[in-house]
Structure formats: structure tokens, C-alpha cells
Design a protein around this ligand. Structure first.
Ligand code: AMP
Ligand code: MG
Length: 420
């Protein structure tokens, strides 16, 4: 089943409220095998609502709206969609009684405020979607050709409740056998390779694998690959996803560090824990980000010993034992200094693994030879060391975050290669 979503509210267009309803609805519908094929957002004007919903009805014939069901004058969803269907509005006595009871229960002394009577108005021929989490009822309206609009409240908690209690069961009943299909996604996480280079590696499965679309999602910490199975029963979808992920994993090779929501820091901690290794960090341009990433993971204390924020050359020299002549000859941002920092922190803290970062995060401080974004990361595993210069672009924040990720990835790879 295909549906469109129209979210309604001036606050959404102005950007004061982030449209979480559309994303939440799409996820919940997908889990039930219902695909959102288009989304629109409009303001509170009746003609905007009518035109967006009218177009969606023409195209798809199945529309879910959120917002504009409240009691005030800017809540025009019901009336404008009723007009679209050529229906009048009528007062629903059951809803009105429910509203009166709700207000009385809260200790309201007099007659229901006039504005709240508006909430008891329904389009002719509409069906009520009960709201157990607030006062505005939802509305289901359907024409004689089977085209329908489900109107849900804007308040996210009420929208979620009504979706679970009323809308999904109703759509499931309509879909009959087709409801047995699901929409499921799976994610593979990569780092250390540009999105375009990753696509080259994937070759003929870069855009789709076994009939499933491959979404390439670049971020600060690498590129995620997400595949989605549609129109299959749950078991078949899981099997297709397993097979698709396995093919992607094989092509992406050593750049894959995990799946789902795996954090590279947790992957590194697990790899150390498996080997009963401890780790120590030495950070210059990241100023503690790497230590922060590692210690953000619960249970990191059995692996992480500590670290040194070696921002100045004096600290690199005195706390990490980087020889002054190496600093003088190569500069602080260099392969020999990164290696000396990793070895130095490992020795001074007595760890199995030492990892270091030194770089130019900018915006100032870059030179022709070492432009902003020049970063060296090094690892020393029980005396076997290596360093790499990850290719990093971006502003200061991105450079620092990518440098921390690059250092974690170097540790991951060094430990994996040690096993060979
Ligand atoms: P309404 O039903 O239009 O009166 O909306 C009530 C409140 O729900 C608004 O003030 C917003 O804070 C919130 N809201 C409305 N639409 C959305 C949406 N699409 N996503 C998240 N919050 C929303
Ligand atoms: Mg509103």
C-alpha cells in the first residue's frame, strides 16, 4: 500500500518546529509494510491544506495529515478537507459529551469553552479516530471511490498514540493479505574511504543489490550503506537483507567496521577486550575527543587506562618523551612525531596499545606544506607501530571529529592485521 503524508502548521514552514511527525509516521508505516511515497508540508491556510491534500488524493488516493485539529481559529484541517470532499460539517454529540466529561474531570466549573465545541464538529460521513492521549479526536474520511484521508493531531505524543491505537489497525484491516508484507532496512558502516571511491569498489551493486536499493549515506564518521527490502513477508525480507548485506560487506572489504548503529569506539574496545589489551591515548589537535569517544562507551574502564592531551610541544616532549630534535626536524604535525607520541604514551602509562593524533585543525596555522586538515595518526601495539595520514577536509569541528575516527580505525585495522 502507498500513502502520502501532509503535515500542517505555519510553525513547520517557519522552522520553529521540526517536523518529527512525518519521520515517525514513515517509520511506523514502513514497519507495517505501508510505503510513504511522498511528503508535503503546508501552512495553516485552508486553501493550502485543500490543494496539498487534493493533489495527493488525485495521485495516490491515500493521505495522512497531522496538525490543525486543535480548538483554535488556526486549526482548519477538518473543514478544508470536508469542503474538498463536498461534505458539510455536523456536531457529534458523542464527542461533545466526551469533551464535557474531560473538562468536568479537570474541575472546570461552567459550560465547555466555545472553542472546544469546534472539536466536536465532524465532516458528514466521517469516522472518528479516538484520541486517548488528548482532546482533539482524529478523523477518517473516505469517498465513494475508496480514496481516503486520515487526519491526526499535531502534538507528537497524541499522533503516535492514535497511529498505534486506531490508524494501523484500520489500515491493516483494509490491506487484508497484503498487510503480511513488511518494509525492512539494514545498514553497513564504513570509514576511511570517500563515498565516491566506495561506490567504485561496489561496482555493479553500488545502486542496487538483489533488487534492493542501496542508499549511500555519507557523514562525519564515514559512509553508511543502507538497503531496504519491500513487499516481502518478514522471513523472506530478513533472508534477502542477509544476502544483500553479505555481498556489500565483501565488496567494501576492510573499510567495513560494523553494522546497524555500531560505534567504531565500541568496536575498538571489543577488539582490545578480546585480546585482554589495554589502551592509552595521546592527543594534540583533538584535545581529548578520542578519549571522549572511548570513555563514552559503558564498561570502557577495563580497557582504557587514560591519556595525555599533548597540545604544546613541551608536553609532547616532557610527558610523552618525543625527542626535541625530532620535533625540530619534522615539526609537530609529522609521521615521526605521531609515532613517538604513540610509543611514548604506551610506555608511560604501561598500556598494550598506544594511539596518537597530531594535526592542523585550523582555521589558522596551515602552511603550503602542511595545509589545514593535515593530520597524522599513529598506533603502537606492543612495539609494532604504524602511522597513516588520513585525507581530511572540512571545518575545524569536522577535522577534529574525522581525526578521532581515523585514529580509531587505525587501531581497528592494526589489531585485525595482527591476527593474520
Ligand atoms: P496542532 O495540532 O496543529 O495545533 O499542533 C499542536 C502542536 O504540535 C504544535 O504547536 C507543534 O508543537 C506540534 N506539532 C505540530 N505538527 C508537528 C509535526 N509535524 N512535527 C512535530 N511537532 C508538531
Ligand atoms: Mg497548528
Amino acid at each position: 500500500m502507498h500513502v502520502e503524508i501532509v503535515t500542517i502548521g505555519d510553525e513547520l514552514l517557519l522552522g520553529f518546529t521540526v517536523d518529527t511527525n512525518a519521520a515517525q509516521l514513515a517509520r511506523e508505516l514502513a514497519a507495517a509494510g505501508i510505503e510513504v511515497v511522498r511528503r508535503a508540508t503546508v501552512g495553516d491556510e485552508a486553501d493550502q491544506i485543500a490543494s496539498a491534500v487534493g493533489e495527493a488524493l488525485e495521485r495516490t488516493g491515500a493521505v495522512i495529515t497531522t496538525g490543525g485539529l486543535g480548538p483554535t481559529a488556526d486549526d482548519r484541517t477538518k473543514a478544508s478537507i470536508a469542503a474538498l470532499f463536498g461534505r458539510g460539517m455536523r456536531l457529534d454529540e458523542t464527542i461533545l459529551d466526551g469533551l464535557r466529561a474531560r473538562w468536568a474531570a479537570r474541575g472546570w466549573p461552567g459550560e465547555l469553552p466555545a472553542a472546544n465545541r469546534e472539536q466536536a464538529m465532524l465532516p458528514e460521513g466521517a469516522r472518528v479516530l479516538v484520541n486517548r492521549h488528548g482532546s482533539a479526536p482524529g478523523v477518517w474520511l473516505e469517498d465513494d471511490r475508496g480514496r481516503w484521508v486520515a487526519m491526526l493531531p499535531g502534538v507528537p505524543r497524541e499522533m503516535r498514540g492514535m497511529t498505534a491505537d486506531e490508524l494501523l489497525p484500520l489500515l491493516g484491516a483494509r490491506a487484508g493479505g497484503a498487510a503480511a508484507t513488511v518494509i525492512r532496512s539494514r545498514t553497513l558502516r564504513t570509514t576511511g574511504i570517500a563515498e565516491s571511491a566506495l561506490a567504485d569498489r561496489l561496482g555493479d551493486i553500488a545502486r542496487s543489490v538483489d533488487g534492493m536499493n542501496v542508499a549511500s549515506l555519507p557523514g562525519f564518521e564515514g559512509t553508511d550503506l543502507r538497503i531496504t527490502a519491500r513487499g516481502l513477508a518478514a522471513d523472506a525480507a530478513e533472508a534477502a537483507l542477509d544476502a544483500g548485506i553479505a555481498r556489500l560487506r565483501e565488496r567494501a572489504g576492510p573499510f567495513v567496521y560494523g553494522d546497524g548503529a555500531d560505534d567504531l569506539a565500541a568496536v575498538v574496545l571489543d577488539a582490545c577486550r578480546d585480546r585482554r589489551f589495554t589502551i592509552a591515548v595521546a592527543e594534540s589537535c583533538t584535545g581529548g575527543l578520542l578519549g571522549g569517544r572511548l570513555t563514552a562507551i559503558p564498561g570502557s574502564s577495563d580497557v582504557v587506562l587514560g591519556g595525555v592531551i599533548a597540545y604544546s610541544n613541551a608536553v609532547k616532549e616532557h610527558l610523552l618523551g618525543v625527542p626535541p630534535e625530532v620535533l625540530a626536524a619534522h615539526g609537530a604535525v609529522s609521521e615521526p612525531v605521531a609515532l613517538a607520541m604513540a610509543a611514548g604514551v604506551r610506555a608511560s602509562l604501561g598500556a598494550d596499545v598506544g594511539v596518537s593524533i597530531t594535526g592542523v585543525a585550523g582555521p589558522g596555522g596551515g602552511t603550503a606544506e602542511k595545509p589545514v586538515g593535515t593530520v597524522w595518526v599513529a598506533v603502537d601495539v606492543r612495539g609494532r607501530s604504524r602511522a597513516v595520514r588520513p585525507m581530511i577536509v572540512g571545518d575545524r569541528d569536522e577535522i577534529r571529529r574525522r581525526a578521532a575516527q581515523g585514529a580509531l580505525d587505525l587501531v581497528r585495522r592494526a589489531l585485525a592485521d595482527d591476527d593474520r
